[in-house]
Design a binder for this molecule. Sequence first.
Ligand SMILES: O=C(O)CCC(=O)C(=O)O
Ligand SMILES: [Fe+2]
Ligand SMILES: [Zn+2]
Length: 736
Amino acid sequence: MQPNKSFQSSLIRKKQAIRMKKDTIGLSKGLSQRITFLEGQLSQAPLPSITSKRRQLCSIEEAWNLPISLEMNSRQQQTAQMLPRQVTKQSPVQGPPPPYPHSQLSQSPIPAKRIKEDGTGHQEVTQNNSQTSAQNLINISESLNQRNFNAMPESNKNSEQSVVDTFDEISNDIYKQNETIKLERLSHDALSNNEDSRYDYIGADSADLSTTFKIQMDSKQLMAAVKLLPIDEPPVHCTVLQVNAPPPSPPDCPPQKLTQDQLLPPTPSVHLENKKNAFSPQLQEFCLKHPIAVVRGLAGALKLDLGLFSTKTLVEANPDHSVEVRTQVHQSPDENWDTSQGKRVWACISHRSHTTIAKYAQYQASSFQDSLKLILPQDESDKGFPGSQAMSDSDSKDSVSNSNIVLKRKKHKINSKMLRFGTNVDLSDEKKWKPQLTELQKLPAFARVISAANMLSHVGHVILGMNTVQLYMKVPGSRTPGHQENNNFCSININIGPGDCEWFAVPDAYWGGVHNLCEKNNISYLHGSWWPVLEDLYKENIPVYRFIQKPGDLVWVNAGCVHWVQSIGWCNNIAWNVGPLTARQYSLAIERYEWNKVQAFKSIVPMVHLSWNLARNIKVSDTKLFELIKMCLLQTLKNVLHIQEYVKSKGVEIRFNGRGKNEASHYCGQCEVEVFNVLFIKEQEKRHVVHCLSCALKLSPSLQGIVCLEEYRLSELQRVYDSFTLHRTQGLAYTQ
Ligand SMILES: O=C(O)CCC(=O)C(=O)O
Ligand SMILES: [Fe+2]
Ligand SMILES: [Zn+2]
């Protein structure tokens, strides 16, 4: 792919500006003065590392036995479990997972002896699905409603057995009355973010001075070199990638032509039989080396009480808790139709509204009960989608009014049934969800919400749904459209049951291909909502993993893997993100961080803030990971210094403000780019809004009326930068 055009032209413009300046000035008096200054500085600079005092940091291995980070919140400190980690000489999982799927699972290294590889291909899995056992949910079903059970289609009996009495209780007991879900008009604000790319500058100043900035420099050398940079142009937006790196762009797909079989690869899966399996290092290795993996029987092996996340328990715990609802068209299992055009499409329409756990529970339960009365005349069954009485549309603020829905339903009988998907239920509050969150500490460290080896635990503040748990409440057909995780982090998802979920996934190496197909279908890859047409993917030589996640199965989504999910039965899922401390995870995260800037899409993970915390908290012995983090520190420290020089040259005072404990990182109120260390504050409507330099200059070219605040003392940043060195481990490297 060609780099973004507007980006290219702005880069060329910046380069020309610098070149012109050089041509007119040449080796002028100013430049000679700067060189003299630099030489003076360097001659006085202390010898690197020998004389400078370093704070003693622990290694990653040691970090397992220490509290995670000074900035971690109290829960994180309490729950960080201390596990001894195995170290090996050469990590087998440091490289990226294979770009395309294996045709045979035997190509992957043999996992722990007792972990049986489940090589079931997609077709077999689909067939087996109807026999899904709800055994691991039996503890939550107190008595089976035999009447309803007998009315169920044979194939549903087992998997949906336990939901019967759960839902019966809910609907017959406290939630008898027809409560309604309040619908709101879909907010298009986030979707129609068409502002120009904020990525109009990528270290352009360093383009001509690339030899000057290297990670081998210490902070004094860096400061001296920054003093040589021009300050007549504002140093807006820096890159955290390599000096002179081209702007990120969606990559071409791997060129190898895939066979029919390779386009439908079997999903890497393991079956756990006991706790020892779950804690074996091979399980983590297995997950890290595949784009996606399903860990079957995890809940059973760890004796996780999934009943804590059943609808019944959730309602009992916090009935009024908020649920985001997505109203979607019920589609046939793996297809996405535009009924008005009578063809398959990529666009995935869903309207957003909000309700409570209790109300969604009632809808979920009624939807299930309605499905039991399946054998109805066509006209009858078409009158409404299951559960429509339970969640009346009467106070709908949806863009499609009630009467429209009814009309449409009459027009397109079967195809236009609507369903409601309860998404993004926030389970972060430890007071509200204590038993649930405590139960999840039974998971092995690599899959835990909080652990020292999880980058997201070093952010030092909550990122809802990423380093906290989110819950999904589903009726059949609920769809999570295609996406990569925020900043390409890994994702953990456990199906609570009682029904199954079907997953589709494309290895990260092919994300550029999926991106191009979105564009071809006029949908924004990042901002839009899409459900891939499988044939389109196969035609483009893009492989798709497809598998069923049963209750108690954990799905591991590796960094950058594109995926989309639909529920087959009635079920709940819990999910969160993790960031293994690997070069691959870090580099995919910062690549996406930069591409998000190109696309004017907010990076939910503040990668600069995180990188400085990583430098403070851990010792890195993986050379590649070390170099990537150090490069980010170098680029951001350079940018901080350059901005400060520029601001001072404008006669604006920089005030030290510091940072509060666990204070969240800052984003520009205008363009949503992360703002690190130098904040430009403008009072707007009695609120103090943080801006990046670029947006501050747009508001006030002279920076008049803008307060410039500093979060960290320069000496502190210098100390962190200089102390962050490659940790030599006498031949030992961390297994991740
Ligand atoms: O369960 C779901 O629908 C959400 C799936 C997902 O995207 C994830 O867990 O990463
Ligand atoms: Fe996801
Ligand atoms: Zn901005």
